[in-house]
Write a protein that binds this ligand. Structure first.
Ligand code: FAD
Length: 305
């Protein structure tokens, strides 16, 4: 365990955590950022057209700009490090990661969300062998191939929009009666010549040899196999909140916060997609990150830390 007690530890370096870090640096706090990656879900997005100031930017480009902004202040960053346990004893909050133990007077949890697994046969076996949870990261590997996108909301539409430009054919497997999501994205997907939408279908299994070569899908009246070399799972997201065991959560496992980003534990704040704030967007997460850092500054000042 490091003996040092930081003013603040920020968990996560997506839009919320990075923006919190910019505000913390400008308030001259002594802080640390601990994160599995930089950019979070923003780096997985294809085309972003709703982040004010950029009429169009790709997810990886925006994530790069966020990173440059954060590192401009010489921010202490522990990358590839996973928060495992968080607890408060007296006035000190202890964070245990897979690599070290840290202490701080305050914490901002900005650990966002991760992809939900389908829970079907073959999913784990073929993960990274044709089955992936990130179209932006892995889409280019499937140039000229037939692929399936599993899901029917905005994340699935975003994946289809990227893949239909790269792959030969894209099947969309959606287990509801209609796709949902932004009307503009939906129209582009419905009009694409190389996209087949299978509504009211779900995946039964993923199969192959060394790599994926197909999926079995079922509708209420039949089961069939589709020959695909790529499977992109876009079946929704779950909050990365398990490590914050004593922090109050709602039924969706989102961390409950007040309008100042304070959780039920004084000194532990949260921001962005991991919280119960309605609507999950980059600009909202970034705004929440800034608000959380300013709340931390007030909390530390009030408590004479
Ligand atoms: C495919 C896709 C397309 C999207 N397109 C758009 C769009 O066009 N416009 C828009 O506004 N929004 C879009 N979104 C939503 C947007 O990306 C999110 O709302 C936003 O990224 C949330 O930011 P965040 O910082 O709260 O969380 P995240 O972006 O999820 O970042 C969380 C961070 O925490 C880290 N982390 C997680 N668990 C741990 C742990 N245990 N220990 C340490 N670090 C951890 C992660 O590595 C990551 O750095 C899209 C999302 C997806 C998935």
């Amino acid at each position: 365990m490091e003996n040092k007690i930081y003013d603040l530890i920020i968990i996560g370096a997506g839009p919320a955590g990075i923006t919190a870090s910019v505000y913390a640096a400008r308030k001259q706090m002594d802080f640390l950022v601990v994160s599995l990656d930089i950019g979070g879900q923003a780096a997985w997005s294809g085309d972003i057209e709703n982040y004010t100031g950029y009429q169009f930017i790709t997810g990886p480009e925006l994530a790069q700009k966020f990173q440059e902004h954060m590192l401009k202040y010489g921010t202490a960053l522990k990358e590839n490090e996973e928060a495992l346990e968080l607890e408060k004893t007296g006035q000190v909050i202890r964070l245990k990661t897979n690599k070290a133990d840290y202490q701080a007077r305050s914490v901002i949890i900005a650990s966002g969300k991760k992809s939900k697994e389908l829970g079907v046969a073959g999913e784990r076996e073929f993960k990274n062998r044709g089955l992936t949870y990130c179209a932006t990261c892995d889409g280019p590997l499937f140039s000229g191939k037939d692929v399936a996108v599993i899901g029917g909301g905005n994340s699935a539409l975003d994946a289809v929009l990227q893949l239909m430009k790269i792959a030969k054919h894209v099947y969309v497997i959606n287990n509801t009666l209609n796709l949902s999501g932004d009307a503009i994205m939906l129209r582009k997907v419905q009009e694409a010549a190389n996209v087949t939408i299978l509504n009211n279908h779900s995946v039964v299994s993923v199969f192959g040899d060394k790599f994926v070569n197909g999926i079995k899908v079922k509708s209420p009246d039949q089961e069939k196999e589709l020959a695909v070399q790529g499977v992109f799972v876009e079946a929704g997201l779950v909050p990365n909140s398990a490590f914050a065991q004593s922090v109050e959560k709602n039924l969706k496992n989102e961390i409950v916060i007040d309008s100042r980003n304070q959780t039920n534990i004084p000194g532990i704040f949260a921001a962005g997609d991991v919280t119960d704030v309605p609507e999950k967007q980059i600009i909202i997460a970034a705004g929440e990150g800034s608000k959380a850092a300013l709340s931390v500054f007030n909390y530390l000042s009030k408590n004479n830390f």
